[in-house]
Design a protein around this ligand. Sequence first.
Ligand code: C2E
Ligand code: MG
Ligand code: MG
Ligand code: MG
Length: 277
Amino acid sequence: HAKRIGKSNYQFYSESMHNKIPGNIELESLLRKAIKQNEFSLYYQPQIDPVTNDIYGAEALIRWENKELGLISPGEFIPLAEESGLIVPIGEWVMDEACRQNKEWQDKGYKPFRISINLSLRQFYQSDLVKKLEQVITKYQLDPQYLELEITESMAMDANTASTILHDLKKIGVHIAMDDFGTGYSSLNNLKKFPIDHLKIDQSFIRDMTTDADDRDIVSTIIMLAHNLNMKTIAEGVETKEQAEFLHSIKCDALQGYYYCRPLPAKDFLDYLTEHS
Ligand code: C2E
Ligand code: MG
Ligand code: MG
Ligand code: MG
């Protein structure tokens, strides 16, 4: 099963996973039930401003916990949810829950910060995406600047359509991040055209940065490019002190990774907030 789950996720999730992973058809029907039975939750991973060490923002990451299967990684079920269309109701739940949670923390008196959610391809191209977002923001009376939507380069393949959608999203006041930057094929022309607030530098570049001079150069160049185009940068997968210090020295705006904190369930994230404010 290691092959199906993907090498990087395997170690992390295997402990809580039972031996038999069902085939896609069964998984899809379990996924359908999961929506009705509320088996999803959001974990939150902080992003840190390396200058002040304050919380810069947080990324919401979905988790699925099924009684029989245990904890199932998004790497395993998001592609299937995308294929089957189930990602649409799941994505709407993510949107709602992230906004609800953020508002709850703000109401408790914590200093407001932005929460980002990951959009899937199908969600991004849903014609009522903007309307749905507006409804959720209104429902919770959330200041839209505290919500960020993460898209990937491959979702923006149809550059003209993507540009229109992104501009419509910006009009309602949410922020946009380009996730896994550097692994896809963004043209510089798109970067210039799209209203992007954050480039998230893919973790593959961060991983080898301290041993590979090319990766160091790539990361510094991405940061300079972003700043020249008036965007900010977030490094993903920061695992060591050296990586954090190097990224700080080359003016990366925010750092996210196990070095600071793993993704945490809401309850534990609140403890983290209490300790860090
Ligand atoms: P992503 O958006 O690029 O999220 C970052 C992934 O890196 C997360 O994996 C996170 O747990 C992991 N990570 C964070 N820090 C480190 C680190 O220091 N080292 C390493 N090796 N990994 C780190 P996760 O939570 O398993 O999510 C995987 C992917 O699933 C996400 O990649 C995203 O593409 C997708 N995903 C997660 N939640 C959602 C969601 O609500 N909706 C959609 N459509 N996709 C989601
Ligand atoms: Mg992401
Ligand atoms: Mg990413
Ligand atoms: Mg990724």
